[in-house]
Design a binder for this molecule. Structure first.
Ligand SMILES: [Zn+2]
Length: 207
């Protein structure tokens, strides 16, 4: 498995970049990890990086983007925060990763059984976590199908909120980052939502 160079990165279309992630996740769930010499990749990336994807995912210990998409050094920008929420600093990181560093696909990745989403559904308040979980409230307010048991004990409700959180985050990226919105309009990047299933290891892309 090769390390991306300026040439391979610039020749890559957003669709091909997305395919890299799909194939990587397929390898992951089939336990067919690509053969990489990570130490050699340290060498190959020492003078620069040409990653093809930017992924916003949760800090959850089961959802490491490099592992679940079977990627190596220099392949992806990995932004991780509880509940894969968005703020200005994360948007700034995304703008760097897309506009400056040239990644072709931006993935907003939620996951099943997310503690942060469940906590938000239970209106947990604790220290600085309160502010973070508050950022998930719009997804809870947008969940209109569940009439009863609208809390973390209701698995269907939590899953709906998780998916809505992904979609709302994409809408916010487009609205709050004119730089990224322009890249998408020019078809230089794709912005795609996805859900990682902690029981199967599979990623479902919302295309
Ligand atoms: Zn999580």
């Amino acid at each position: 498995m090769y390390t991306h160079s300026k040439e391979t990165q610039s020749n890559l279309t957003p669709t091909a970049a997305l395919d890299f992630l799909k194939l990587g996740n397929e390898r992951f769930v089939n336990n067919l990890k690509a053969n990489r010499n990570l130490l050699q990749q340290v060498n190959e990336t020492s003078n620069g990086q040409f990653p093809f994807a930017t992924i916003l995912s949760c800090i959850d210990s089961r959802t490491s983007a490099e592992l679940i998409f079977d990627q190596g050094l220099g392949d992806i920008f990995s932004i991780r925060i509880a509940g894969n929420i968005l703020n200005e600093d994360i948007l700034g990181s995304m703008e760097f990763a897309t506009k400056m560093a040239g990644t072709k696909v931006l993935i907003i990745l939620g996951h099943t059984n997310c503690g942060a989403i469940t906590g938000a559904c239970n209106h947990v308040e604790m220290g600085n976590l309160t502010t973070l979980l508050h950022k998930i409230q719009p997804a809870i307010l947008n969940e209109k199908t569940t009439k009863e048991n609208r809390d973390g004990s209701n698995a269907d409700f939590v899953k709906n909120v998780t998916e809505i959180n992904v979609h709302l985050t994409i809408e916010r990226v487009r609205k709050e980052s004119p730089i990224i919105a322009e890249l998408e309009q020019q078809e230089k990047i794709k912005i795609i939502g996805a859900l990682y299933d902690v029981e199967t290891g599979k990623v479902k892309f919302y295309e």
